[in-house]
Design a protein around this ligand. Structure first.
Ligand code: CDP
Length: 215
């Protein structure tokens, strides 16, 4: 099997942008594993299953009618690319991701993204659980304040005031939930290289990953 580059890290760290740019640079495929958890949360909501019900959500996750086609994310044939990025669905993703049976239901589906072209995979447990044999493992992070500023900029909001404080507290809440859960808690692996992008632009972060891979 071709190489896998695993990029794990907390919410809004920019790992998705970095991972997709690195994939493009090497002509590799890209797996946004968070999108699968977001799709699972949205699908559960649409099917009337509570996010807290691990057994019911796992059955739905195992049969998730999702497709990644031409840069679009489809659920039951409908383009839900924008809908799954909402903060509410993000919270739902974080909740369904706590259930070990949901994680197991999504495991093979994530591994199926690995083809002969090579793969850059981003998430929380790419290097630890899904692709433990990845040739390069990176823990990509930035301070909560900087991540909140980036998310605010994405949403066209100012970096101060009530809306900003809410973004910051949402990020901190998700960090805590992802770090403190029992199933695949987010942490830096001993064999992962740390990439702290607090004082680094996207270009520099992409270059760093490319350099590490080529070394
Ligand atoms: O976009 P953001 O970085 O905020 O989140 P995401 O990567 O889209 O993931 C959404 C949620 O799914 C996270 O808060 C995690 O709880 C969960 N997740 C996970 O548990 N394992 C993964 N490999 C990817 C995401």
């Amino acid at each position: 099997m071709a190489d896998v580059i695993a990029i794990d890290g907390p919410s809004a760290s920019g790992k998705g942008t970095v991972a997709s740019r690195v994939a493009e640079a090497f002509g590799m495929d890209y797996l946004d594993s968070g999108a699968l958890y977001r799709l699972t949360a949205l699908y559960a909501q649409r099917q009337g299953a509570a996010w807290s019900d691990g057994t019911a959500v796992a059955v739905l996750a195992a049969n998730l009618p999702a497709e990644f086609a031409d840069g679009k994310i489809l659920l039951d044939g409908e383009d839900v690319g924008a809908e799954i990025r909402s903060e509410a669905v993000g919270m739902g993703a974080s909740e369904v991701a706590r259930h070990p049976e949901v994680r197991t239901a999504l495991l093979q589906r994530q591994r199926d993204f690995q083809t002969a072209s090579g793969l850059v995979a981003d998430g929380r447990d790419m290097g630890s659980v899904v692709f433990p044999d990845a040739v390069l493992k990176i823990f990509l992070t930035a301070s909560a304040q900087i991540r909140a500023q980036r998310r605010a900029a994405q949403l066209g909001l100012p970096c101060e005031g009530a809306a900003f404080e809410r973004i910051l507290s949402d990020i901190e809440a998700r960090d805590e939930a992802d770090r403190c859960r029992e199933a695949a808690p987010l942490k830096q692996l001993p064999d992962a290289l740390l990439l702290d992008t607090s004082d680094m632009g996207i270009e520099e972060a992409v270059k760093k990953v490319i350099d590490w891979y080529e070394q």
